[in-house]
Design a protein around this ligand. Structure first.
Ligand code: DP6
Length: 332
């Protein structure tokens, strides 16, 4: 049998309604549904080669062979396909993360979406995108949403089969995002550990769930009406509520740094001056600003008055996953 190859690009996404907490840690079933914007600026390219001459999986990230503890995660993920589709043989996985180093953004969303896409292609499985999103989910929850472009909902579902991503809108109505990199060091507490501690100990958690479902319904309406202000206001409020749950955890924790607060204040003052820009933050100190695409360049100039220009990255709306040719891969 000859080698079988699949190459796929997936973009990362930023949640506007956050996923924070699992109801099933093995199946990656979330407590609440979430909604994100896929970003053009950050993506992962992954090549999967099923190679009958190999007996163990190998994993290379940015041309560096990864240690066994990293490769184990890849093996466990590909085992899901091996089991369900009776696939045989070891794989070589090669990934390139296209995330500006200054961004300090986690890449697990684009990583597992690209890996799912590349396996699908290499093994000729023809899995349709919604079902593929349930596989991506098993690598990292946020990867579910990276299968599609634009605004994407991850419906929490009732089981592993229907906890999947659904494209909501292509976000082609003057939408942009600015990433303000505050600190690019690896965080002390992963999102996985942070959400687990919050679910287990924060008395604010039940309120988060009720509130997130309401925010989601209202955000979907805002998207349908292309009401940017409403979209932004819900984005900012939802992110803040997620961070509030962490202060209620035992022990309490926060991902914020002094410069995160400086950025929040700056965005608020820009808003007072008439710009429609809204904050969201994830499991780290970096600040993401949802804004109008047409105002991004001006906003960057304003932010440069307080932050170094390398800290400020502009992103267009990103597309769905797509296959890459061998030539595109070699040209990387
Ligand atoms: C704050 O998807 O990284 O970014 O499912 O455990 O891999 P695991 O967690 P992950 O968590 C993302 C949390 C978040 C919010 C979001 O992206 O919805």
């Amino acid at each position: 049998m000859s080698k079988q190859i699949g190459i796929c690009r997936a973009h990362t996404n930023i949640a506007l309604i956050k996923y924070w907490g699992k109801r099933d840690e093995v199946l990656f079933l979330p407590m609440n549904s979430s909604l994100s914007l896929t970003l053009a600026a950050f993506y992962t390219d992954t090549k999967v080669t099923f190679d009958p001459s190999q007996t163990i999986d190998s994993f290379f990230l940015n041309n560096k062979k990864q240690a066994p503890q990293e490769t184990i995660k890849i093996t466990a993920f590909i085992d899901l396909f091996r089991q369900n589709y009776s696939l045989k043989g070891a794989v070589k996985v090669e990934s390139h993360n296209h995330v500006p180093t200054a961004a300090g953004l986690a890449s697990s969303a684009s990583a597992f979406a690209a890996l799912a896409g590349a396996v699908n292609q290499a093994a000729h499985l023809n899995i349709e995108p919604t079902l593929l999103s349930t596989y991506a989910r098993r690598g990292s929850g946020s990867a579910t949403r990276s299968i599609f472009g634009g605004f994407v909902e991850w419906q929490k579902g009732t089981s592993s089969a229907d906890s999947c991503a659904v494209p909501i809108d292509d976000a082609d109505w003057d939408i942009g995002m600015i990433i303000l990199a505050i600190n690019t060091q690896k965080k002390e507490l992963s999102s996985r550990a942070g959400m687990k501690l919050t679910v287990a100990t924060s008395p604010f958690y039940p309120a988060w769930i009720t509130s997130a479902e309401k925010d989601l319904a209202e955000m979907k309406q805002a998207i349908q009406q292309q009401d940017f202000q409403k979209l932004g206001e819900i984005t900012e409020a939802n992110g803040m509520k997620m961070h509030a749950t962490m202060l209620g955890a035992n022990p309490p924790f926060s991902y914020w740094e002094p410069d995160s607060i400086r950025a929040i204040k700056k965005v608020k003052s820009l808003r007072k001056n008439g710009f429609m820009c809204y904050i969201t933050m994830d499991a780290g100190p970096n600040v993401k600003i949802l804004c109008k695409h047409s105002e991004m360049k001006f906003l960057k100039k304003e932010l440069e008055k307080e932050f170094a220009s390398e800290q400020i990255i502009l992103s267009d709306v990103g597309p769905a996953i797509r296959s890459l040719s061998e030539k595109e891969w070699l040209d990387l």
